[in-house]
Design a protein around this ligand. Sequence first.
Ligand code: ZN
Length: 66
Amino acid sequence: MTRKWIDCRDFPDDTGCTLYLSGEEDHVLRAVAEHAVSFHGMQDTPELRDKFRGMLKEEEVGSSRA
Ligand SMILES: [Zn+2]
């Protein structure tokens, strides 16, 4: 299972938010969408979630290499 992460610092705005979220894609997307609405005043739309999905990065897993 690969976790994905997203870091608000990659998308600076005037809130100066530094939130970092990581987990399974669905969980991160849900959490980040709620955060975007409650903290950044964005609208939770399918387009917004698509945008976040495209911004997720894969967490590197220490020693296991394929
Ligand atoms: Zn944020």
